[in-house]
Design a protein around this ligand. Structure first.
Ligand SMILES: *[C@@H]1O[C@H](CO)[C@@H](O)[C@H](O)[C@H]1NC(C)=O
Ligand SMILES: *[C@@H]1O[C@H](CO)[C@@H](O)[C@H](O)[C@H]1NC(C)=O
Ligand SMILES: *[C@@H]1O[C@H](CO)[C@@H](O)[C@H](O)[C@H]1NC(C)=O
Ligand SMILES: *[C@@H]1O[C@H](CO)[C@@H](O)[C@H](O)[C@H]1NC(C)=O
Ligand SMILES: *[C@@H]1O[C@H](CO)[C@@H](O)[C@H](O)[C@H]1NC(C)=O
Ligand SMILES: *[C@@H]1O[C@H](CO)[C@@H](O)[C@H](O)[C@H]1NC(C)=O
Ligand SMILES: *[C@@H]1O[C@H](CO)[C@@H](O)[C@H](O)[C@H]1NC(C)=O
Ligand SMILES: *[C@@H]1O[C@H](CO)[C@@H](O)[C@H](O)[C@H]1NC(C)=O
Ligand SMILES: *[C@@H]1O[C@H](CO)[C@@H](O)[C@H](O)[C@H]1NC(C)=O
Length: 461
């Protein structure tokens, strides 16, 4: 009797303990060439009152800087190692011995995530190595006696082929049976989490006419959506997205695996052709998410009311070396110079009215007017020449006007020719997913670069 009571007590203790609490963390991405040192970064993370931190590797400098802090740490096995680890236990053991063992006593490593958004990549050999690699890493962790460490893998919303209505949530048929089923089995058996990267921003920005911005920002509105399949009523887009994953898991026979938000956030700036990326929305979304997820008692979602959903906000810094549209480089809570992009506090204790006011949003509607894509200032000439020949090799006459004797040939300058080629390429391929980035060599502008009789092609949203 006494023993059973003790066991029950310790079970209760472990469930109410920090491990399973709603404490909010932050993603510490390092894709920038101007970021503060690991020890400065750890100080900043503490100032933000984050209680957890997630790394995209197992950087030993950062793990050292985190020692003797209370921060719970998530580290990551890089994507490139998954295939080899999936077939070789020695490699899994070596990875754990190199990246966990030397730090575990002093740094609270609690999660090992195997790969990052593996099922969003086109490299299928890694897909099928994912679950075997997770099993091997877990077996190494177990052999070391690290019982507090959970093994998981963060996946993006594109693992679903349907997410609407939420009750129709279904995993993609190309991974459902071959990867998701064994993955869910491992997560369920080991009482780990479904780690999800979830961004209402992307869902809203791809359909801003049908989705209300306030619904995506978790602002209070009178807009609700009732799922005809379940009768559950939704008051924000995040809950809808989370529940679609819960229903997809249920469909495969795993209704009880806990969710862990591995990434969520909102960009504080973006390109001219990107809507709603601004400081006002970023602060509003993150403040509301922090409030919702750290509420006591926990709020949960319509499908799983009153459950705790731990989360990492993306990201600590604006990272200037992330490729893609400008939003990718503007998810930070902090600038690289360590100052806040906006007032934010991850403790969950600060009320919305205690925060400093925000600059008004200026781009919540699509930009009206023409946009061009031109060479960024300071672009490397060698790289520019490479980009020019790449763009002009894409066919369809993109570069005809800059050929000798044509309208835009003179002045025969690398920068002018490249600006023309970028604008021409972007105008032609934007609808097919082409971006105005070219590895940082290009930027958007609303100032018409045309001159004389040389007219630059433009984009109108
Ligand atoms: C994986 O293993 C193969 C064969 O041993 C080796 O050639 C390759 O370099 C390894 N890949 C990585 C990323 O370590
Ligand atoms: C597994 O990896 C270890 C360490 O790299 C290597 O020595 C061994 O040959 C590998 N085993 C197989 C079967 O590839
Ligand atoms: C439900 O999901 C399926 C794909 O899994 C999709 O074909 C169908 O259109 C979805 N239903 C609704 C109402 O969106
Ligand atoms: C998932 O885990 C729970 C609790 O351990 C167990 O009762 C259930 O049978 C498992 N589900 C499946 C489908 O294996
Ligand atoms: C929601 O509120 C807006 C603004 O107050 C109002 O115009 C609209 O009619 C309301 N919609 C519903 C469904 O109540
Ligand atoms: C930090 O950088 C941001 C963005 O470049 C700038 O607005 C801000 O003034 C800088 N803060 C300090 C203290 O230099
Ligand atoms: C975060 O908010 C709490 C509650 O308002 C406050 O006690 C704490 O000082 C704040 N921390 C920072 C760094 O602003
Ligand atoms: C320009 O880029 C080339 C190729 O990446 C590199 O070798 C070179 O050092 C760069 N030049 C400058 C001035 O940064
Ligand atoms: C190339 O140009 C033709 C004719 O204007 C057009 O039909 C086609 O869609 C273009 N191809 C691409 C890839 O844009």
């Amino acid at each position: 009797m006494g023993l059973i009571t003790l066991l029950l007590l310790s079970l209760l203790a472990s469930f109410s303990g920090a491990e399973f609490s709603a404490k909010i963390g932050v993603n510490y991405g390092q894709l920038g060439n101007n970021l503060p040192s690991p020890s400065k970064s750890v100080k900043l993370i503490k100032t933000l009152e984050a209680k957890r931190v997630k790394l995209y590797d197992a950087n030993p400098e950062i793990l050292k800087a985190l020692k003797s802090t209370d921060l719970q740490v998530s580290i990551m096995v890089p994507n490139q190692l998954i295939f080899n680890i999936s077939t070789n236990q020695t490699l899994a053991d070596q990875w754990v011995h190199t990246n966990v063992v030397p730090f575990f006593r002093e740094t609270k490593i609690r999660y090992i995530l195997v790969g990052n958004e593996i099922l969003s990549s086109s490299d299928k050999t890694t897909w099928f190595g994912l679950v075997p690699a997770m099993r091997r890493i877990r077996s190494s962790v177990k052999a070391c006696g690290f019982r507090k460490i959970k093994v998981g893998t963060p996946l993006a919303m594109d693992v679903l082929e349907s997410s609407f209505p939420p009750s129709n949530g279904t995993f993609r048929s190309d991974v459902s049976v071959s990867v998701m089923k064994p993955l869910l089995q491992v997560l369920n058996r080991t009482k780990s989490f479904f780690f999800l990267d979830v961004y209402p921003y992307f869902a809203w920005s791809s359909d801003p006419t049908n989705i209300k911005l306030d619904y995506a920002l978790l602002q209070w509105t009178n807009v609700t959506y009732t799922d005809p399949g379940t009768g559950l009523t939704y008051t924000n887009l995040l809950d809808q997205m989370l529940d679609s994953v819960i229903f997809a898991m249920k469909r495969l026979g795993y209704p009880n695996i806990r969710l862990f938000i591995a990434e969520t956030g909102w960009p504080n700036a973006g390109d001219i052709d990107q809507i709603g990326a601004n400081i006002y929305n970023a602060a509003t979304y993150n403040r509301n998410v922090i409030k919702k997820l750290s509420a006591k008692p926990p709020v949960g979602t319509p499908a799983r009311p009153a459950t705790v959903i731990p989360a990492f906000i993306f990201a600590l810094y604006n990272e200037n070396q992330k490729p893609g549209p400008s939003t990718e480089r503007h998810f930070g809570l902090l600038y690289p110079n360590k100052s806040n992009v906006y007032d934010i506090n991850l403790s969950g204790k600060k009320t919305v009215s205690e925060y400093k006011p925000l600059p008004p949003a200026t781009n919540n509607e699509p930009y009206k007017g023409k946009i061009w894509c031109v060479v960024a200032s300071g672009a490397n000439r060698t790289e520019l020449a490479g980009a020019l020949s790449y763009v002009c090799g894409q066919g369809n006459g993109t570069c005809d006007p800059i050929q000798p004797g044509k309208m835009c040939y003179k002045p025969n300058s690398l920068v002018r020719h490249s600006s023309f080629a970028f604008s021409s390429y972007w105008a032609q391929f934007r609808k097919l997913g082409g971006t105005c980035y070219f590895n940082g060599l290009a930027v958007q502008t609303t100032k018409d670069p045309s001159y004389g009789s040389c007219k630059f092609p433009s984009v109108t949203l």
